[in-house]
Design a protein around this ligand. Structure first.
Ligand code: 48H
Length: 260
């Protein structure tokens, strides 16, 4: 067969357009493709829910590729190792209770698992706003990341979603947008984004999981964003809390879906 160059272009334009149309109304829209967002997307898609994940960068994986200081190894504790085992990600025991895994293998496996479970992964999209009706957050406002990076004045488009997950890491961007622009109180002790605190891995890992919560009706927070929103410390390159938080956010949303 002789390849027709324009047919290649048509295949891309047609199938991408179908994919984009397919995510404009969804069950769960996740913002951020780091470990927490990918884990959440995997579990929700595996449960049969329609899930889209928007990631600003070219690649999924967030802050996991580089391990600690670019030594591309991550560390997990016992509970985190169980999650890696579920994905078939290899670990070595550095010391009892401290397991190391290859950051690249972990990142790529999580991304692959989420995609294969049926989540639609949209890279190069930035979430710049939320869709609000009265006091109800009903979706996300998205634009191409290169538009954002170039500072071009190009209007965005809108996605309607029953549930939203802020998995944007340290920046907690969705929570900040809701706090600043919607003029509503979040379900935090202050009603606001409380800000991340200095490093303490042990406390941070526990709080990440405890603070994986609904922060506004049908809006959840997962991963590092939990610590930013609820004023928890950071934990450095231990990633068990991120993986467990992604799993937890999926469980919480599935439970709420069942009850409503
Ligand atoms: C689209 C966006 C937007 C937006 C951000 O930072 P992440 O890896 O987040 P987590 O929570 O899955 O994992 C955190 C972990 O990587 C980490 O930083 C740790 C453990 N730090 C400890 C420490 O002490 O420093 O991924 C978030 C992703 C990134 O890829 C962003 O590009 C993306 O979200 N993102 N995507 N629209 N508005 N904002």
């Amino acid at each position: 067969m002789v390849l027709d160059d324009v047919k290649i272009s048509e295949a891309i334009v047609r199938t991408f357009t179908e994919k984009l149309l397919g995510v404009l109304r969804t069950d769960v829209a996740i913002v951020g493709g780091g470990p927490a967002g990918l884990c959440g997307a995997y579990h929700l898609a595996k449960a049969g829910k329609k899930v889209v994940l928007f990631e600003r960068k070219l690649s999924m994986g967030g802050g996991m590729w580089g391990g600690g200081i670019m030594f591309n190894q991550i560390v997990v504790q016992d509970e985190g190792k169980e999650v890696l085992d579920e994905f078939g990600i290899r670990t070595v025991t550095a010391e009892p209770g401290y397991f190391a895994a290859d950051a690249v293998e972990t990142t790529m496996t999580l991304g692959s698992a989420a995609a294969k479970a049926g989540a639609t992964l949209m890279n190069l999209f930035s979430v710049e706003d939320v869709l609000i009706k009265g006091d109800s957050i009903d979706g996300l406002v998205i634009n191409w990341s290169p538009v954002e990076m170039a500072g071009l004045h190009v209007d965005p488009i809108t996605v309607r979603s029953r549930f939203i997950v802020d998995a944007t890491g340290h920046a907690a961007e969705v929570s900040h947008i809701i706090e600043k622009k919607a003029g509503v109180k979040l379900f935090t002790p202050t009603g606001r984004v409380m800000g991340e605190r200095p490093m303490c891995a042990d406390v941070a890992e526990r709080l990440t999981l405890e603070n994986t919560k609904e922060i506004y009706p049908r809006v959840y927070v997962t991963g590092m964003a939990c610590n930013a929103v609820f004023g928890g410390p950071r934990m450095g390159p231990v990633f068990g809390g991120m993986l467990l938080s992604g799993k937890r956010v999926a469980e919480l949303i599935l439970a709420e879906m069942q009850n409503t």
